[in-house]
Design a protein. Structure first.
Lengths: 223, 158
């Protein structure tokens, strides 16, 4: 029933239900280096599949986790972030999320809060991490603590897509966490929370008042 | 037969891309002027850059020149065709760290990304570099960490 959300004709998202398939999404502002990180991790495997109609790029990867082979689909935005929000199908059935900001641009750090909020609306439980990219531009940033990750209880990585610092480590750990999540899914919780939409409380109150008024007006006739 | 690209620039009249390279057989420095044809003030720069990069007569020479640099040079050429001064054209590539790049159109964003790519390429470690390590791991000493000023103001919204 929830599957219409994931409706991208070229992509059957039901495949992510199969045991050996995981979906990992990337979030973050324009030009923080999301694609560059993918490229650095995948190297020769780097064969992006552009779905320009959906402003989406897919990267396929095969990983060995424990003694199993897992097919990993990385979902990257291709400019969709400029709408300040992603289409629900982007989050649908995702098993992990990599959130990236650029250590040279404060606004990309501040915007993490918005990305995280949106992520949790769709996927309240999936593993997520915060990635501080472009540390090669100024290594001094690695002596600063960025509190957002700590506040949200998320793992934090200082990385550089240019010189490769911690890129592979970060991806491997996130693939492991995605596979773990899949083996012990809290999908049920996810679904329940999806049903509990954030109602605009004020509107709700207004509505209930309006109903009361109607009842009063009608009551003489009923009597 | 190999070509090692050294510098790549632009010439306005006639519109051309200029490449300075070393011919690796002879070790001589040479200059190649590539005329840019069928490119006008409303042409698409990324398409034109791609066309040039794959051009059968030039691609060997341009192999080491990144596509984004060719795109940038096309933008500079086109700015000139549109009457923009070189100074203003180059200024449009500059980065303002406070600018919200989510709000830019494709082409403006390409300009900014071009600037970032310059830094990226400078610091980039390639697979064929002798000190390349695929899974490079670096631990940063957390005990010396100082609070980041980005967390100070309006702490509640983050």
């Amino acid at each position: 029933m929830a599957d219409h959300i994931g409706c991208i004709p070229e992509l059957d998202q039901k495949k992510y239900d199969a045991r050996e398939q995981v979906k990992i999404i990337c979030l973050g502002d324009s030009a923080v280096g999301k694609s560059k990180l993918m490229e650095r991790f995948l190297m020769d495997e780097f064969r992006p599949q552009q779905l320009s109609t959906y402003a989406l790029t897919l990267y396929k990867h095969t990983a060995n986790v424990g003694n199993k082979t897992v097919a990993v689909d990385f979902w990257d935005t291709a400019g969709q972030e400029r709408f300040q929000s992603m289409h629900p199908s982007y989050y649908h059935k995702a098993h992990a999320c990599i959130m990236v900001f650029d250590v040279q641009r404060k606004i990309t750090y501040k915007n993490l809060a918005n990305w995280y909020k949106e992520l949790r609306e769709y996927r309240p439980e999936i593993p997520c991490c915060v990635v501080a990219n472009k540390i090669d531009a100024d290594l001094k940033v690695t002596q600063r603590s960025f509190s957002f990750a700590k506040k949200q209880g998320l793992p934090f990585y200082f990385v550089s897509a240019a010189d490769g610092t911690n890129v592979v480590k970060m991806f491997r750990e996130m693939i492991n966490r995605a596979v773990d999540y899949k083996q012990n899914p809290s999908d049920f919780m996810d679904e329940v929370l999806e049903e509990l939409e954030n109602f605009d409380l004020e509107k709700k109150e207004e509505n209930s008042e309006a109903e009361e008024d109607e009842l009063k007006a009608e009551s003489p006739e009923l009597a | 037969m190999g070509f090692q690209a050294k510098r790549c620039g632009v010439q306005f009249n006639p519109p051309s891309i200029v490449l300075v390279y070393i011919h690796t057989d002879t070790n001589k420095i040479r200059k190649r002027i590539i005329p840019i044809r069928n490119f006008f003030k409303h042409s698409d720069c990324s398409t034109a850059a791609e066309r040039l990069k794959n051009h059968p007569r030039h691609r060997g020479y341009l192999d080491q020149v990144p596509l984004h640099q060719l795109e940038k040079l096309h933008i500079v050429l086109r700015d000139h065709m549109q009457g923009l001064s070189l100074e203003n054209s180059l200024a449009s590539f500059q980065l303002d760290p406070d600018e919200d790049l989510n709000k830019l159109e494709d082409e403006e964003l390409a300009r900014k990304k071009g600037q970032m790519d310059t830094l990226f390429e400078r610091n980039r470690k390639r697979k064929d570099d002798p000190d390349f390590v695929y899974d490079l791991e670096v631990e940063f000493d957390k005990s010396k960490e100082e609070k980041c000023s980005w967390d100070e103001e309006s702490d509640e919204d983050i």
